[in-house]
Design a protein around this ligand. Structure first.
Ligand SMILES: [Fe+2]
Length: 330
C-alpha cells in the first residue's frame, strides 16, 4: 500500500474490458499512482471534470461516448484541457491515430499494454502535467493583460506594480501569512483586470461617471473574478478581485458586503488602492500630499467606508517609511 507522501499522481483509467482494466490498475497502484477506474465514456468524462486528475488513459471503443469523444470533450474545457490524455487502442490503424490526434490526444498505447511502456508514458506525461499546472497559473498572461489595460490610462501607469508591492508591505506589517501576502501581490496586479470589458469612453472619461456609466464600471469586479476563476492557483485572489470596492457600511459594490464580511485581504488591497489613487495625478486633480490623502481617508473611515485598523496601520507604515507607498518607489 503506498503512503500518501509517495503518491505520484492521480490517473483516470477508462476501459470497459475488465481484463484490460484490472492489470492497468494494478500496475499503476503498485507504482504509487492513485487510480480512478470507470468502464464507460460518460463516467470517464464526469470523473475527469470532477476530480483533480493528472492523466487520463482512455479506451477508444467503450459504451457511451467513444474515447475520441471523451478526449475531445476534455480538451474543450478550459479547466481540463491541460490534462494529458492517452488513448488505448487495439486497433493500430493510422486512421485511429489521426482521429486521436485530431481529438487532442497526447499519446497512444496499444493493447496488450506493456508494463514498461505504460509506466514510461505515465511518468513523462504526469511530469508534463506538473509543468502545465505551473503554466496554468497563467500568471504571466494575466499580468500582461492587466498591465495592457492599465497602459490605456496614462494616469494609472505603474499603479498595479506599485499596489502589488505596497499591499504586501501593509500585509507584512500586520502579520499576514506568506500565502496571504502572495495572494495580495498577485491581486495588486490583476485586481482591475475586469476593466478589459469596460469601454474606453467610460474608462477614460475625465469627469464623474453618470449612473449608467457607473453601472458599467462596477462590472469590472465581477468580470475580473470571472476571468481569473478558471485558475486554481488564483482561488484566494478571486475574493480580493470581487470585493475590493466593498465598503464597511455596505454601500460598496458588487455585493454590498459589510464590515468583516469583506475578506481582510480585500480590505488591505482597497486601503492601499485608495491611498495610491489619492496620491497620484488624476485628470480632474493633481496628486494629493500624503497628509491630505490620509485626512481624506480618515474622513471617509468616519463616514463608514474603510477599515479604521487598516488605515491606522497604513499611517504607521508611512510614518516608519515615508516612501514605502510612494510613486517614487516604482
Ligand atoms: Fe477596481
Amino acid at each position: 500500500m503506498s503512503s500518501i507522501t509517495s503518491l505520484k499522481g492521480i490517473i483516470l483509467v477508462a476501459d470497459d474490458d475488465e481484463s484490460v482494466r484490472a492489470p492497468l490498475i494494478e500496475m499503476l497502484r503498485l507504482n504509487c499512482y492513485r487510480v480512478i477506474a470507470v468502464d464507460n465514456g460518460e463516467q470517464a468524462f464526469k470523473a475527469a471534470c470532477s476530480q483533480p486528475v493528472d492523466l487520463v488513459l482512455l479506451d477508444i471503443m467503450m459504451p457511451g461516448p467513444t474515447g475520441f469523444s471523451v478526449c475531445r470533450a476534455i480538451k474543450a474545457r478550459p479547466e481540463t484541457r491541460f490534462v494529458p490524455v492517452v488513448l488505448i487502442t487495439g486497433l493500430a490503424s493510422a486512421e485511429d491515430r489521426i482521429c486521436g490526434i485530431e481529438a487532442g490526444a497526447d499519446d497512444f498505447l496499444h493493447k496488450p499494454v506493456k508494463k514498461e511502456e505504460l509506466l514510461a508514458r505515465v511518468r513523462s506525461l504526469v511530469r508534463l502535467k506538473r509543468y502545465t499546472d505551473e503554466l496554468e497559473n497563467a500568471e504571466t498572461v494575466l499580468c500582461t493583460l492587466a498591465r495592457s489595460i492599465e497602459a490605456k490610462d496614462p494616469y494609472t501607469e505603474g499603479h498595479c506594480d506599485r499596489l502589488s508591492r505596497s499591499t504586501v508591505s501593509l500585509a507584512e506589517k500586520i502579520g499576514l501569512s506568506r500565502e496571504d501576502c502572495n495572494d495580495l501581490r498577485r491581486s495588486g496586479i490583476v485586481h482591475d483586470i475586469g476593466k478589459v470589458a469596460v469601454p474606453e469612453y467610460v474608462l477614460l472619461k475625465p469627469g464623474p461617471l453618470d449612473a449608467a456609466e457607473r453601472e458599467i464600471m462596477e462590472q469590472h469586479t465581477i468580470v475580473g473574478e470571472r476571468i481569473c476563476a478558471p485558475l486554481k492557483s488564483f482561488r484566494n485572489v478571486l475574493p480580493i478581485i470581487r470585493w475590493h470596492h466593498e465598503k464597511q457600511d455596505g454601500s460598496g459594490y458588487p455585493d454590498h458586503l459589510k464590515g468583516e464580511e469583506i475578506p481582510l485581504t480585500a480590505r488591505i488591497l482597497q486601503t492601499v488602492d485608495i491611498y495610491d489613487s489619492l496620491t497620484t495625478d488624476r485628470p480632474y486633480r493633481k496628486a494629493l500630499s500624503q497628509e491630505r490623502a490620509l485626512e481624506i481617508m480618515w474622513e471617509e473611515t468616519r463616514r463608514g467606508w474603510w477599515d479604521a485598523d487598516l488605515v491606522s496601520a497604513l499611517e504607521g507604515l508611512l510614518a516608519e517609511s515615508p516612501l514605502a507607498l510612494s510613486v517614487a518607489n516604482v
